[in-house]
Design a protein around this ligand. Structure first.
Ligand code: KIV
Length: 275
């Protein structure tokens, strides 16, 4: 990829400057064709570790490797040239120490060419974020509900219900801002707490299952497309029922193949068009 095409993408300072000016539009993408479709409409494409569940059918996001994240991010980079691309650091690749985080983030960004990383964590990750930012790595911390802790939490449970939640999460968001985070993502947190977080920092706060007061929103693309007809999370809006369309098309194709209707001669080579 040329320097020119890297510079065409929305940059970290440009995303940061959107606070209070324009909502940040972010969706997940895991493949080149999907990135091509989303790129003109999004400010940020997130290669989320949710791909473990969405693409690979895992129960949670705790078994996704860094190699897998890098491969999918490379595909998304090939399919986009306008949106910022963020690589989601998988569980176990950054929590051990700030040095481990640096080593893995540097490798992930060098090999994928993404512009920034996202990583889950609370107060215990502030020092790591500061260490990474000081070394040129752009970080979006992910607070509130952290899916990589689903085992410890006992499920995907909304956060922020404790009496001191607003104080706790606003302090953490401010600490991340002071550490140099260019943005913060807040997931699955009760609305008043998420609102307070969005209002307490001067970097964009991106919400998912959070608050309309957030500076931007992110959703899993497959959820808004209705690719999983049996389940749409409460916080996601299903804009269409693509899963049903796919199933209907597969049924029509199967019927035509079995009935000898497809392929017709127009889909074959070496056949002269009738006059
Ligand atoms: O992995 C992911 O897709 C995410 C979003 C749901 C925020 O972290």
């Amino acid at each position: 990829m040329s320097v020119a095409s890297i510079q065409k993408r929305l940059s970290v300072p440009e995303i940061r400057a959107m606070k209070g000016r324009a909502k940040v539009v972010m969706l997940t993408a895991y493949t080149k064709p999907m990135a091509q479709l989303l790129d003109p409409h999004c400010d940020i494409l997130l290669v989320g570790d949710s791909l473990g569940m969405i693409v690979y059918g895992l129960d949670n996001t705790m078994n996704v490797s860094l190699d897998t994240m890098i491969a999918h991010t490379q595909a998304v980079m090939r399919g986009s040239d306008r949106a910022m691309v963020i690589l989601d650091m998988p569980w176990g690749s950054y929590q051990e120490s700030k040095e481990q985080a640096y080593r893995n983030c540097a490798r992930a960004l060098a090999e994928s060419r993404a512009q920034a990383v996202k990583m889950e964590g609370g107060a215990e990750m502030v020092e790591t974020v500061e260490f990474l930012v000081a070394r040129g790595i752009s970080v979006m911390p992910h607070i509130g509900l952290m899916p990589q802790r689903v085992s410890a939490l006992g499920g995907f449970k909304a956060q922020g219900k404790e009496a001191d939640a607003t104080e706790k999460w606003t302090r953490i968001a401010r600490d991340f801002e002071s550490a140099g985070a260019f943005s913060v993502l807040i997931e699955g947190t009760v609305e008043p707490v998420a609102r307070a977080v969005a209002e307490c920092v001067s970097v964009p706060v991106i919400g998912i299952g959070a608050s309309p007061a957030c500076d931007g929103q992110v959703l899993v693309t497959e959820d808004i497309l209705g690719l999983f007809p049996d389940f749409t999370p409460k916080f996601a809006k299903r804009y269409m029922d693509l899963g049903k369309n796919v199933s209907d098309v597969a049924a029509r194709y199967a019927e035509e193949v079995r009935g000898g209707v497809f392929p017709s001669l127009e889909h074959c080579f070496g056949v002269k068009k009738s006059q």
